[in-house]
Design a protein around this ligand. Structure first.
Ligand SMILES: [Zn+2]
Length: 275
């Protein structure tokens, strides 16, 4: 069906995203009473500047694995979108089968594909993962990706201008390349960009996030729900155009998902206090 063809433009992106997400969300129990406080809402905007977002649901059957735009699903008698796969009848979920098998059951996840409206322009995927009772963050995506055959071509953090006198948002960018399956003379080049959002806190640093999680437990006795926000798309080899695209996306997406009672970046210390 048309939905499948559209979504299948970058089919390997989902498997890649699943691997990275699972690495981050590996379960680690703590002795601290959890709170339900998160810094963001688990909801992606339908319109994001020049992009139209299409929320995705995935068939939970590994043998099927099809994905669908929620807006294209048949409606149940009560007017809500069907929650079973139109192709095989298995349950639909916000996670694909690989993510379902690897992530803690109460992990929240939402994913949309954003297409330029009107075209032309870059297409990208946006994903928010919200930790459940198992707060976790063990493996680095850099390690997981390389294990799956992706070569890291470059890796850096960009400071995205957030306007209105706000501090910049740090976003970590990974550039990947690997041979296309079955076509070894062709190289698939992609970017993966991410940042973390906690209660009143934002960072692109895995280490900083771990430090905050530890100090929050030790000194404040809380274990807030952290969100892992990522964007993913294709890039042109040798071009830096995707960096501007990432900055454009992040500057729109981050304020759109922050909870209104959580001042943007309010508790983030200056990157360089000596400045
Ligand atoms: Zn199915």
């Amino acid at each position: 069906m048309e939905t499948d063809r559209t979504v299948a433009v970058l089919p390997r992106l989902f498997a890649l995203a699943a691997i990275v997400l699972a690495g981050y969300m590996t379960a680690a129990h703590t002795g601290v009473v959890d709170t339900d406080q998160a810094g963001i809402r688990l909801e992606l905007p339908t319109q994001l500047g020049p992009w139209q977002g299409h929320e995705l649901l995935f068939c939970s059957s590994r043998n099927c694995g099809h994905s669908f735009f929620v807006e294209n699903l048949p409606l149940d008698p009560d007017g809500t979108p069907s929650d079973v796969c139109p192709d095989c009848g298995a349950p639909l979920a916000t996670m694909n089968w690989a993510e379902q098998s690897m992530l803690p059951k109460d992990t929240g996840l939402t994913r949309s594909v954003y297409v330029p409206n009107p075209p032309p322009g870059p297409t990208f995927y946006a994903t928010i993962v919200l930790s459940g009772d198992d707060r976790s963050s063990i493996h680095r995506p850099q390690v997981c990706m390389v294990a799956q055959g992706h070569d890291i071509q470059d890796e850096y953090t960009i400071a995205v201008d957030m306007g209105e006198g706000r501090p910049p948002l740090d976003v970590h960018v990974l550039e990947f390349a690997r041979p296309v399956e079955g076509q070894p003379d062709k190289i698939e080049t992609t970017y993966y960009a991410y940042w973390f959002v906690g209660k009143g806190r934002t960072t692109a640093s895995h280490v900083q996030r771990m430090i905050w999680m530890a100090t929050d437990r030790i000194f404040h006795g809380v274990n807030h729900r952290w969100a892992y926000v990522s964007i993913f798309g294709a890039r042109i080899p040798g071009s830096r155009a995707h960096v501007q695209t990432i900055a454009d996306i992040a500057s729109r997406l981050h304020p759109a998902i922050l909870l209104p009672d959580d001042p943007p970046l309010a508790e983030v210390p200056p990157v360089n206090p000596s400045e």
